[in-house]
Design a protein around this ligand. Structure first.
Ligand SMILES: [Zn+2]
Length: 311
């Protein structure tokens, strides 16, 4: 049975940074966003976190062999069809109230569990990390027969998230041909509510869910990693956190299949809190997001109004 640490939350909440740091711990192997593996890697042959094309990455070729007898044997159209029928946000209420998994849910989850098990074997890892983020996928994986699922729910101040979604970011794995999606602040605020609520629901269904606030994690990554390693059941030894310095982490190359451009970082990764949004996100938009997300902001311990606009 594959032990999986699933990093969940709305995009731009810091899951990639948390994944990169966790991936440095012994016994853990960070896989990136497996939800995108099927299209972006198997089909489009985009770049692995190690820098080479997916088809040229030794790690992923071994995983494909073990999991499916080679990636050519994966019916990507079938994965897409299953995803459409079971893994959309609109399916969450049904997934959360079901008392048994449908055949489609089981079949879809099995694609993931084969990747997880093979990756754990190839890497010699106790735990694999999937930073797919999507709450609907976490609800599907709860039904995976060979998956021991634990979820780290990463929450970030929705005004910081909203600001990040307004910025233009090029996807380096496509050599500049494609940009990451953008959302208006109102849209990202609604998504923030929906996705975070979905992880709360998952916890109420009995899945082990550990919620972390990204800002707190960045303020003391050492303490944060010790807590998450404990949650994942991975013992730490003296020296395991030596890659952490007060203001940066030193990273090795990883084999992240897909995700935020930070997955390509090797060497020093700054551990600075990015609060540019406090000044850069217009006041009207800060207030809009604060109003839309008010109840959950309060529940998570965030201020409703931010310092720069308080009187
Ligand atoms: Zn690779």
């Amino acid at each position: 049975m594959a032990q999986v640490l699933f990093l969940g939350g709305l995009g731009r909440s810091g899951t990639t940074l948390v994944e990169r740091l966790l991936g440095e711990l012994p016994g853990m192997c960070a896989l990136g966003e497996i939800v995108h593996l099927w299209q972006r890697d198997i089909r489009d042959d985009e770049r692995c976190g190690c820098g080479v094309r997916f088809s040229a990455c030794e790690f992923w070729q071994q995983v494909g062999e073990r999991a499916f007898g080679g990636w050519d044997n994966v019916d990507v159209d079938r994965v897409h069809a299953l995803r459409e029928s079971v893994e959309r946000t609109r399916h969450i209420p049904r997934l959360a109230t079901a008392t048994a998994a449908t055949a489609g849910v089981r079949e879809y989850a099995a694609f993931y569990s084969r990747v997880y098990s093979a990756a754990a074997e190839v890497a010699g890892a106790r735990v694999v990390i999937d930073s797919s983020k999507h709450s609907a996928l976490a609800h599907v994986l709860r039904w995976g027969e060979d998956i021991d699922l634990r979820v780290v729910h990463v929450v970030r101040d929705p005004r910081g998230v909203a600001y990040s979604w307004t910025k233009t970011v090029v996807r380096p794995e496509t050599d500049g041909a494609d940009e990451m999606t953008r959302y208006s602040p109102g849209r990202s605020a609604l998504l923030w509510n929906a996705h975070n609520a979905a992880f709360g629901l998952l916890a109420r269904r009995g899945v082990p869910v550990r919620r972390i606030r990204y800002e707190e994690f960045l303020a003391d990554p050492r303490a944060g990693l010790i807590r998450l390693a404990d949650f994942a059941g991975v013992p730490l030894h003296p020296g395991d956190l030596d890659f952490l310095r007060p203001d940066h982490a030193t990273l090795r190359a990883g084999h992240s299949a897909a995700g935020n451009p930070m997955r390509f970082t090797v060497g020093g990764l700054p551990l600075r809190h990015d609060d540019a949004w406090v000044h850069a996100l217009p006041r009207s938009q800060r207030r809009l997001v604060g109003a839309v997300c008010g109840p959950m902001l309060r529940a998570y311990g965030y201020p409703i109004t931010v310092a720069s606009e308080a009187r």
